[in-house]
Design a binder for this molecule. Sequence first.
Ligand code: ACM
Length: 670
Amino acid sequence: MTFASRIASLIVTLTMTAMPLHAQTINVMPMPAHVAMAQGRFYIGTRFSVEMAGYHEPRIDHAVGRFLGHLKQETDVTEPRAFTTGDPEASMRLYCAHAGEPEQSVSEDESYSLVVTQSQIRLDANTPAGVMRGLETLLQLVDKDEHGYGIPALEITDSPRYPWRGLLLDVSRHWEPVDVVERTLDGMAAVKLNVFHWHLSDDQGFRFESKVYPKLQGMGSDGHFYTQNQIKDVIAYARDRGIRVVPEFDIPGHSTSWCVGYPELASAPGPYTIERHFGVFEPTLDPTREEVYTFLDHFIGEVASVFPDHYIHIGGDEVNPKQWDANPNIQAFMKAHGIANDDALQAYFNTRLLAIAKKHGKSIIGWDEVLTPNLPKDVVVQSWRGGAALGVAAKAGHATILSNGYYLDAFKTAADHYAVDPLGVAPPDLTPAQKKLIMGGEVCMWGEYVNPVNVDSRIWPRAAAVAERLWSPANVTDVNSMYRRLAILDAHLAAYGLTQDRYQKTIFNEQLQGATCEALPIVASVLTPLTDWSIKVTSAVPLNRLKDVVKPESLEAWELSKLVENPKANAEAIRNKLVLWQNNATAVMPVMRDHPMLTEDVPVAQMLNDVCQTGLQALGYITSGEPAPASWSAAQAAFLAEAAKPHNEVVIAITPAVQVLVNDAAGTTH
Ligand code: ACM
């Protein structure tokens, strides 16, 4: 299917449920702050030109170039043009008032306004970052009607609600090469996320090329690290898209990979090897030795020379104090310096680290655990533990970022993430000044179960729901509208080169040893993964099981959940879906039996078949008007409770919607 017909069919499928007019008329994510629809449409045609007026710099050329490139790829435009001299005939007039900050910071102006009339488009912004945000909105507004590609006439004034809208990518637990990072930045730009939090070190790998301490990556990375030139390119790529890059070096815990090359940093003698398991481990930097601070001083100096952002993230989470407690020198140091316990020792470490960072012109961010009573106020606290922790930090005067509720590896739905608002989860008794300290949030892609093949599918499109939460006004909360636009955005992201709709083929091919099976992706479309953390695997285990290939959220299941809200009216659509999934579940079982990598999932296919059967029976009762017998309802509820559990870390995502049908058949709802 072409991009345009795909979008058109999505729009038809997804407008089944009644929605407010505003939400029905614009397909943009994040939803802009103010939208006023007007009469008519601007048709794009084949020649499209942009006049760039006002302040000018290469970033504007690049952003306009990307915009025109996408128009050419996705519409009938064959002759895109951009120029800086006046031309009254220009399709679009872009005006940038002035330069942005020399180094984009949390206070960068990202606002813009758009006016689309039947004859021209106008985009006004104060800064290049605002121009970029406006161009992304404009691109998403493009759709097709019977006369061709166009944009509805409207006026938009837009600016973000939170200034810190980040995405964390963990490249330590599994290596992600530069092209994955750049794709991620493309996706971030599309949904106006503005901070790339690069989790560059952890127990499983040290991914930054240190020239000062080359054994860090030399012995701690299996050869998978970014050279400083690659990092500089990524930073430039991000800046070109209005995105800051904040590096994280997680210390003093999560630091095994440091200690492989430099065991003298640790609190126990070693030797150390790169950690292959996932979890919390013992190797921990020694906060009591001056040599450690000398090392960190040189290292942070080097990091500061490569990363221009004002912040360096020092991790600080999940310190396992076992090595500290077992080391008599550390214990003696604590006694001599009146350091009462392990938390106080970490606080001492953080204070030293802050002074080092300051010396190199940087401020630091740490996870919740860095928050101690005497922590200097300019340390930013990132909360992975919850809204209460966010509140404690804000009340203590720290700027904060929320990540609790935004963990993509938890395989929650877009709706779950969408419901989490940093100011909404913070305690209600914060003063206005304390509320202002809540800078925003970061969606987190931890790396235990992602690799270059499936990572896009774990990030997108769900991260866009968080992007909207952090950008759009607080009252933009309509979940139906969000899902409708999310599906459309998903297709846009695919056109931008993200792979979340293509990656499955790679793993299916491997599972099927080159055979084809059309039923497999159809079955997979109603399955979701659920990691069982009690199963101990290592980073060497390939991510090629069914749970690694099914998408984190089933939009099919969401659509079914909408249809079952009115099962009588939607009976035919529901039946068609259940029959489709049941037929494909039946078809996939012999294929699964024949292919060893899929054989473990035969029971999942059988269960899907049975869930569909239950749904079809329930639908039979509903359409006949005869209530289902109580014994049948009870038996189905017991079966569905079993079916709702994960099997081989795979969940049948349509089970809750089928339970709604069973309830309905019994006459307990509607
Ligand atoms: C974390 O999840 N330990 C930051």
